[in-house]
Structures are given as C-alpha cells and as structure tokens.
Design a protein around this ligand. Structure first.
Ligand code: SF4
Ligand code: SF4
Length: 380
C-alpha cells in the first residue's frame, strides 16, 4: 500500500474525524445514518454483537491506529502468531482496557491435538488474556487439513472456556462449507469475500453457512482495491480511498456477513473504512467498483478456484497469485516472499517461462502465465 504514490497522498491528506457515538443494531436498515457510526451485527449462532468493520491485526500493526479503532467502538480484532508479533503488539494496545468491550480472534496453524491445545495456551499468554472469543484453525482449504484429532482439540478448547467459540479460516468456502456444517463443532468461518467475483463464486456457500447459523467473517475485502493508482481510472473517485470504502460497503450489503477484517495502517484509512458501517451502498459505488474491476482484470486473481488442478506441473495457481497480490496490491513484499518460499521446493523451482503455452484459460481474464512469471522472478 504505502509504495503507491497516489495511496500515499491519500494517507497523508487526512479526513474529518467521524462521530464516536455508537448505535447498536443488527439490522441493515438501521445502518443508514447521517454521520459515520458503528453498526453492530450478529455473528451467526455465537450471538456475538460485532462491529461490521472489524480489524485485521496483520504483520506489524500500527498501535495508534488500533487504539483509535477501539476508541471508536470497533470491537472485533483478528490476529495470529502466524503474522509475526501480531498478538504481542495487540496485547500492548489492549492492556488496561475493559476486556468485555471487544472480541479477539486468533489462530492455530497446527493439525495435531496436543499442538493445538498448546498453541491456545501460548496465544493466551501472548495476548495477556485468559480467553479468546474465537479460536480458529488457520488456513484450512480442504477437509483433509482438519483431521479428527484437530476437531477434538477444538472441542476441548471450547469446553475449557479458554475459547468461547471455534472456527476455521479458509480461502475457498465452497470446499469447506459442507464440512463445517456436518462437523457440528465450528461456530464461524473466516473466508475471502470481496467484489465482485467473491460474491458470484461464494454466495451459495455463504448462504448455506448462514442458514446453518455459522457466522461468516469476510477477509481480503479490499486487497484488490487498495493498491491501485486511482489516477489511471477513467472516472476516478472524488476522494481516494473511496474504492476500499465502496468495497466494504458492498460486502456489508450481504446480511450473511457478520464482520470484515481489513488491515488498516493509518488513521485516515481507518476513518474512511469506518464509514462503511453507516453508509448505504449506492449505484455510484457499484459503478466505481466495476470500473476498478476492469482495471485490475488482467492482474488480480479473483480466487474462484476454477483453475484448480489445471496446471500440468502441479502449480497451486490461486495461492501463488494471491502471494503476488500481497506485494503488488498491498506493498507487502516480505509477506509475499515468505508465503512463496513456504511452497514445496519442486513447486518453487517450476518456471512458467519454460512453457510455450499456458494450459490455463482464466474465465476472469487474469493473465496467468505472465503473472506467475512475475511471481517466480520476484519471490523465488
Ligand atoms: S486465475 Fe482465474 S480461474 Fe484461476 S482462481 Fe484466479 S480468477 Fe479463478
Ligand atoms: S505456464 Fe501455465 S501450464 Fe505452464 S507451469 Fe505455468 S501455470 Fe502451469
């Protein structure tokens, strides 16, 4: 984000402070208020009242921005030790605050029972709290990644009272929704959901989860919309930052979504995103998103997973394009490189430049071979 000149200008410009008053509501109709304010929604059968705009405490969170979010009434914070010192830094911000006023979600990368139980104890220690509100299994994109002993461990975490509710985070809800519903242990799913393909490819799975009472937390809600040079648009928005704002409003327009967890680095960015809770999604927002979507079409993978298994050399195309997006759309080179270097050696060594023609025809217009060549040159 910060390496984009247009974005920098927006971040430096600042915006008027929103009203700090809170409105408690679970209905979308109540969201249409005159001034920016928090609107709470119910997170599935957990019954938790969560702010529609939550906060993704990613790598290197900015403590002043996180503290300001708490002061504004944002009450859902997503973290993980997989994001470096994320938990520890967040612990410093919440120290001395009333723990009942906000919800914490964090995650285990483990598969074995004893490791998951140990991970939770470590997270509680790092966070300086004696319970978390949501305890996730991190990045589980197939049921095989959730063995029976992991399910048992999650049940035990809940029974111990150290985790109020349990969930999984995944990038493809289509592959995980039925599993989650049938397992009858998980209370929430955190998954990718954003304009516009996120809706088209994911709405059926999201609705299924909603009908089963499973709360849905939308992540990666503005990744595609933050790194753009808005000056390149034919019809640029009146104010930079309105792309992400429109993107979050679009996500919140779906009543099945409990909350969103955008990563926010500056106060103006926080305040712009905050508005999404109390502003209506308008035809102008929709137009803006369509324009931006066309601009990013060749470069941004919509994570529809239509090309899964299509590469004869076994490349996990969707994952690799996502890693590249961390750099190209968010300016997070180290995160992109760490993910790429976590791939099996034989996958890292494949070079798309060796193929005379790519086997993948992306229905969304992504230039797959060119993008993967860039990922291999930049991140290997
Ligand atoms: S490259 Fe295209 S087909 Fe493959 S996941 Fe991305 S958007 Fe879907
Ligand atoms: S160019 Fe296409 S087919 Fe060849 S390795 Fe890359 S993704 Fe696979």
């Amino acid at each position: 984000m910060s390496n984009n000149p247009s974005r920098r200008k927006f971040l430096q410009a600042g915006l008027a402070l929103p009203a700090a008053g809170l409105v408690s509501s679970t209905g979308l109709g109540a969201a249409l208020q005159d001034s920016p304010r928090v609107v709470y929604r119910t997170l599935g059968k957990t019954g938790l009242k969560v702010s529609g705009v939550g906060y993704g405490i990613g790598f290197v969170p900015v403590t002043e921005v996180v503290a300001r979010a708490l002061d504004m009434g944002i009450n859902y914070f997503d973290t993980s030790r997989d994001y470096g010192d994320s938990e520890k830094i967040f612990a410093g911000v919440i120290k001395g605050r009333d723990r009942s006023k906000f919800h914490i979600a964090t995650k285990s990368p483990s598969r074995r029972k004893e490791d998951i139980l140990k991970d939770l104890d470590t997270s509680l220690k790092e966070l300086g709290t004696d319970y978390v509100d949501i305890w996730h299994l991190h990045a589980r994109d197939t049921p095989a990644a959730v063995p029976d002993e992991a399910v048992e461990a999650m049940q035990m975490c809940k029974q111990s009272g150290k985790a109020r509710f349990v969930g999984i985070s995944c990038h493809d809800p289509n592959r995980m929704a039925d599993f989650l519903i049938e397992t009858r242990v998980f209370d929430v799913m955190q998954t990718t959901y954003s304009f516009p393909i996120g809706g088209y490819y994911r709405d059926r799975a999201i609705k299924k989860l909603q009908d089963a009472g499973i709360g849905v937390i939308a992540m990666k809600v503005v990744v595609a919309l933050t790194g753009l040079n808005l000056k390149d648009l034919t019809n640029p928005p009146a104010r930079e930052g309105e792309g992400p704002l429109a993107g979050i409003k679009w996500v919140l327009n779906n009543p099945a979504i409990g909350t969103t967890v955008p990563f926010m680095e500056t106060i103006p960015e926080l305040e712009m995103n905050f508005r999404a809770m109390s502003e209506e999604f308008t035809p102008a927002d929709e137009k803006l998103l369509y324009v931006m979507n066309e601009q990013i079409r060749p470069d941004y993978c919509r994570m529809c997973y239509e090309c899964s298994g299509a590469c004869p050399k076994g490349l996990p195309v969707t994952d690799m394009l996502r890693y590249l997006a961390y750099n190209d759309f968010c300016g997070k080179f180290h995160q992109a490189q760490a993910n790429f270097r976590g791939l099996p050696r034989e996958i890292q060594d494949v070079r798309c430049s060796d193929c005379s023609e790519c086997a993948i025809r992306c229905p969304n217009g992504v230039h797959v071979q060119a993008r993967l060549m860039r990922a291999q040159q930049l991140l290997a």
